[in-house]
Design a protein around this ligand. Structure first.
Ligand code: TXA
Ligand code: MG
Length: 360
């Protein structure tokens, strides 16, 4: 207070004005320096200590950006719904696009997806490397349903980068990671790009320098009769055709892939879904949100987040929809979800679940 009075008095004179301006500018300068330091102090060289800390962060459900041979990934424990929800929140994705699950070696796939002969062949030749395979989810898969946006398939990849490899091994978890940029932005090929795009939304950035390939991995769908490229990338159509013979292409734009609602194999509840409900009939299952004392009815209830936490709600969305999708109920009524933050992605998914069904 005293300081402010003194400054105001000083401003009344010409010399005082210069003094005031210089104080102001030095404040701005200090805050700029602070900002820069703050923004970059979570970028760390991949020393053994930094890697150990990063692995510990992954195990504790935090976000770690790490280099791969293609682009930097924004990683979280793929078995932790809440951590995966934080990826979507950090990226600001308006939809839950399915994420790639990163593993250290092909044998890590055993409890995650169901492999076929083509997958065996491809992993023996191209892994570790820039080839992502879409395979059916194993029935006992521990991977978060949110990570695959509720799909019955999972995209898996084994990155060819020592830092990525070490992080997966040390954390002992499969790591879900989209490219480490805000939604709609360019994929980052340097640690500073990650910090510029995501700022302090990421807990730690492991700096592996410039990524070698610079474009994302090729995404190859192996769930149909003929292998189908969904995204071009580090492994080319020619490479794949030479090995497999016939290969189709069904390209989807990155950041807005095959809309989950359009994928026939996509999980949609069997029961009809009714949105913005404040009352449910005695036969309906009721998916509530926030304080649900004012809502009434329902044969059973599950609350996406009693504290109205949208990250928690996103984390619970797919598993609760599945849990309520039981034939003893006539439908699933869903309370309104605010259209802010992750609420937009939750509502997008709910609207798809409630839309008239396209016959498979
Ligand atoms: O090189 C890369 O692949 C990088 C690094 C970090 O590994 N990751 C990356 O992730 O580019 P992302 O989330 O930006 O792109 C993932 C792509 C999207 O096009 C998505 O639609 C597709 O993979 N994808 C993931 N799971 C899928 C699934 N189950 N079915 C079909 N497509 C899937
Ligand atoms: Mg991307």
């Amino acid at each position: 207070m005293q300081n402010r009075d003194a400054t105001q008095d000083a401003v009344k004179t010409k010399g005082g004005r210069i003094y005031y301006l210089s104080v102001l500018y030095s404040h701005i300068l200090i805050s700029m320096v602070k900002h820069t330091v703050f923004k970059n102090d979570h970028i760390q060289a991949p020393t053994p200590q930094a890697l150990a800390q990063a692995a510990d962060f992954i195990q504790r459900g935090k976000l770690v950006a790490f280099p791969t041979e293609t682009v930097y990934g924004l990683g979280a424990d793929a078995t932790n719904d809440q951590a995966v929800a934080m990826i979507y929140a950090a990226k600001g994705r308006p939809q839950f696009n399915p994420l790639i699950i990163h593993v250290a070696e092909p044998t890590d796939l055993d409890d995650i997806v169901i492999r076929n002969d083509t997958a065996e062949l491809l992993t023996s030749i191209f892994w570790p490397g820039p080839l992502t395979l879409v395979l059916p989810r194993a029935s006992n898969s521990t991977i978060s349903l949110l990570a695959s946006a509720g799909l019955e398939t999972l995209a898996v990849r084994c990155p060819n980068h020592p830092v990525a490899q070490k992080l997966i091994q040390l954390s002992g978890r499969p790591i879900a990671a989209p490219s480490a940029n805000a939604s709609g932005g360019l994929s980052p090929t340097e640690a500073s790009h990650v910090a510029d795009s995501l700022g302090d939304k990421v807990d730690l950035v492991l700096d592996g320098g410039h990524t070698r390939i610079g474009v994302e991995s090729t995404v190859l769908d192996l769930t149909g009769r003929i292998p189908t490229i969904l995204r071009h990338g580090g492994v080319t159509l020619e490479d794949l055709t030479a090995l497999l013979g016939e290969v189709h292409c069904s390209l989807v734009e990155d950041e807005s892939p095959k809309s989950p609602g359009m994928i026939t194999s996509h999980y949609a509840p069997r029961l009809p879904v009714r949105l913005d409900a404040m009352t449910a009939s005695p036969n309906e299952a009721f998916l509530t949100f926030g304080e649900d004392r004012l809502a009434s009815g329902g044969a059973t209830r599950m609350n996406l987040s009693a504290t109205s936490d949208l990250i928690e709600a996103a984390a619970n969305l797919f598993s609760m929809l599945r849990a309520l999708d039981q034939s003893q109920f006539s439908g699933i009524a869903v309370m309104p979800i605010p259209e802010k933050g992750l609420g937009a992605a939750i509502n997008d998914r709910l609207h798809r679940a409630a839309a008239p069904r396209i016959p498979a």
